[in-house]
Design a protein around this ligand. Structure first.
Ligand code: APR
Ligand code: PHB
Length: 389
């Protein structure tokens, strides 16, 4: 098989890139290790920045999101039961759209099926070859047979544990990492959200987040020690601890119900630079991870692939290599800005097991600043709704 761009991974990065390339008349094939059902079973954040919405529009996959997505004009932050609402519209005249990543993925899969794009699911043993030469290609096995995919470029959209980043020589990559000493226990339930807007709450016992997927489906999170397992947390224990960490007025109106899903995720900041090595371009989680506290993961991925699609369109349409040569540098500015914001939100709102009273006072002072100075709230709003890519 031959194509212009071989895309490794059918998560949101790979699928969005595939559709953006299709819209520009650029042929592409996606190779995904798992099945389509498995990809759709992964539950992740669901806050879309304006530029992510634009990306889905350009990809022809925004119709249901516009119909069903919930426009959020602000967010609530709670610090030891003191509240502050950051009003995005007032501060910077923008909003975010709450729409689950699973739904984004489903819409992109449907758009791809409608345009006849090839996605090979359950492609095993994907290996990248000759990425620093003139004729890169990818090999994989499918249904027991080995295949070869020749291409001009390879887009590594295969997440943190994928093969793409690992195919770059170690002495070329510089990596940066911060692992946080706690995880998030998430619970999904068919119960109406406790509030119309998201609530990020800090409590001496740890962080809590009230999020949502729709007006009838909620997603809640609790900061838990990394040594905890899902079995340690019955639904009853989860709801009791969530109520404990929320201000009493919210605790009183929280509607609980059986969990549809519960899982624990570790929190990590990670960046590998550069995002390009000859014919290979990394995008999304393959190149960087953020802790979920700012809901930036999907949005960073969407920004990367929009840059990459623009770069390939310029290359194939105008014969210019400027976009592909500038890809890594262009992405990195936004990546580091989002890394900073996610780290800031994580530090502000969690209880650190090794933290002392001084750290606590710094968190409180930081939170007070959001209340006291308009500039601080504006800066938070600007970062939350997303910086331009
Ligand atoms: N070969 C083929 N596919 C692979 C391989 C491999 N060796 N390794 C991983 N994959 C696939 C995974 O199965 C997954 O479907 O690559 C895909 C990567 O998808 P994601 O992990 O969702 O990463 P990405 O598309 O960059 O999306 C970023 O996902 O993790 C969240 O917070 C993150 O919301 C952000 C978004
Ligand atoms: C979610 O809805 O899963 C979610 C929302 C906001 C975050 C993280 C996760 O910051």
């Amino acid at each position: 098989m031959k194509t212009q761009v071989a895309i490794i991974g059918a998560g949101p990065s790979g699928l969005l890139l595939g559709q953006l390339l299709y819209q520009n008349g650029i042929d592409n094939v996606i190779l995904e290790r798992k099945s389509g059902e498995y990809v759709l079973s992964r539950i992740r954040a669901g806050v879309l920045e304006h530029t992510t919405v634009q990306g889905l529009e350009k990809a022809g996959a925004a119709e249901r999101m516009h119909r069903e997505g919930l426009v959020h004009e602000g967010v609530e932050l709670v610090f030891n039961h003191q509240h502050i609402r950051v009003d995005f519209e007032k501060e910077i005249g923008k909003h975010v759209v709450v729409y689950g990543q699973t739904e984004v993925t489903r819409d992109l899969m449907d758009a791809r099926a409608a345009t006849g794009g090839i996605t090979v699911y359950e492609a095993q043993d994907v290996a990248l070859h000759d990425i620093d030469g003139n004729q890169p290609y990818v090999t994989y096995t499918h249904n027991g047979e080995t295949h070869r995919l020749d291409c001009d470029f390879i887009a590594g959209c295969d997440g943190f544990h994928g093969v793409s980043r690992q195919s770059i020589p170690a002495d070329v990559l510089k990596t940066y990492e911060r692992v946080y000493p706690f995880g998030w226990l998430g619970l999904l339930s068919d119960t109406p959200p406790v509030s119309e807007e998201l609530i990020y709450a800090k409590h001496p016992n740890g962080f809590a987040l009230c999020s949502q997927r729709s007006t009838t489906r909620s997603r809640y999170y609790l900061q838990v020690p990394l040594s905890d397992t899902v079995e340690d947390w019955s639904d009853e224990r989860f709801w009791a601890e969530l109520k404990n960490r929320l201000p009493p007025a919210y605790a009183a109106r929280l509607i609980t119900g059986p969990s549809l899903e519960k899982s624990i995720a570790p929190l990590r900041s990670f960046v590998s630079e550069p995002m390009r090595y000859h014919a290979l371009f990394l995008a999304g989680d393959a190149a960087h991870i953020v802790p979920p506290t700012g809901a930036k993961g999907l949005n960073l991925a969407a920004g990367d692939v929009q840059c990459l699609a623009d770069a390939f369109a310029d290359y194939y349409g105008n014969g210019s290599s400027a976009g592909i040569d500038g890809y890594s540098e262009r992405c990195m500015k936004r990546v580091w800005a989002a890394e900073r914001f996610s780290w800031y939100m994580t530090k502000l709102l969690h209880t650190f097991p090794d933290g002392d009273e001084f750290e606590e006072k710094m968190q409180q002072a930081e939170f007070n600043q959001l209340k006291l100075t308009e500039h601080a709230a504006k800066l938070l709003a600007e970062n939350y709704v997303g910086l331009p890519y």
